[in-house]
Write a protein that binds this ligand. Sequence first.
Ligand SMILES: Nc1ncnc2c1ncn2[C@@H]1O[C@H](COP(=O)(O)OP(=O)(O)OP(=O)(O)O)[C@@H](O)[C@H]1O
Length: 414
Amino acid sequence: MVPSSRAILLIDDNPAVSRAMEIAFRMAGHRLDTANGPEEAYSCLARRRYDAILLDMNFRMGESSGGEGLACLARIVADDPAACVVVITAHSGIRIAVAAMQAGARDFAMKPWRNAELVAKVETAIARGAPAPPGTPAASPADLMAEPPRLLGDSVAMQALRTLVHRIGPTPASVTITGPSGGGRTLTALAIHAASPHADTAPVRIDLRDEAAWQRLDDAGGTAILRHPDRLDGVAQARLLDRIPTALRCIAIADAIAPIVPALYRRLATVEVAIPPLADRQDDAVLLARHFARIAAARFGKPQGRLTGAAEAAIRTARWPDEVRGLALAIERAVLLSGDGTVDAAALALPAVPTAVQTASAAGNTDANFDLTDAEKTMIEAALREHRHNVSHAAAALGLSRGALYRRMARYGL
Ligand SMILES: Nc1ncnc2c1ncn2[C@@H]1O[C@H](COP(=O)(O)OP(=O)(O)OP(=O)(O)O)[C@@H](O)[C@H]1O
């Protein structure tokens, strides 16, 4: 028997299909959220757990190979092997449906479908549950509700990180994660733990700078997330090494590897994982910003969470002192203070970068109240495009006076 209300995510780029499905599932007592493609889908999945995911296999017009859908399915199932995915294929797409079932889909529906039958199919797929591998302990309802930590980002570095997480997660290998603070080190540690056989037990988290907290190592089973081993002096590191139980799986978070003494390094870093700063993965910064805008819009009751082209260009080249956390805060604030959830470049309090423009300001040109970086020209072009070459609107979006924007347009030949 299926409980009355289920949360379902539909991944489909056709708004008419989404609306029709929303009504059909709502009438059956369920909640249906929609995502217009893989990027939005991963963002939704990072925010909450869905009982089922309905996945259209082709997103682009004229595309019928199912390749995009299969790639999306592979990522969803890799992040959460218990995900209940039902794929939707064209009537002639039996080959794609078979490939999807082999790749971990629970069921498939052919177009065109009857809404009532599709709802029943999804309810049945949920009720059947995931086929558990032999020896898997039963998950508690609380575990089933917890959101698996998801690392968003399509940069080569993030794709490699996700692959590594899935490869080393299930093993007992110790891992040390480095990278700038706020850049996703803890999230990565949690993702590794979530892919491990101890996933149903919360990891022990210890800030090693607080020696009193070390006593929690004594009764820790499963996984321990150990923060800042690199901040301890050599003597303390040796004491720590003696204190860590042999069977404990350690995931350490450090600013740098160099200060860790070799003996402790051997215990903590069978594998080293380095998370690059956002500045080295600019597309991820934009993708994450869109994700945070959607979350903030839902949280603050704004009709949409959207970034203008100028805002995206600014985000791509900005330096975020607190990395992803700093970006999330800036977007959250901008969405909150906006009228309808649309964020323009001027609304982002971008971290100051010494630039030619600032030098010009210091020399008496006071019309730049916005720190433009090397990518100034790109931002101006994006703002002009966004505002259909209306200079007043583009200037307002950039936080510049009309005169200042005209001067810059002349300088860049725009
Ligand atoms: N790739 C990512 N996808 C989605 N969210 C991310 C990603 N990277 C970071 N975040 C989010 O950014 C915030 C900061 O990340 P996290 O806490 O993992 O950083 P950290 O490096 O452990 O920071 P610190 O060591 O200072 O606590 C968290 O809310 C996290 O969920």
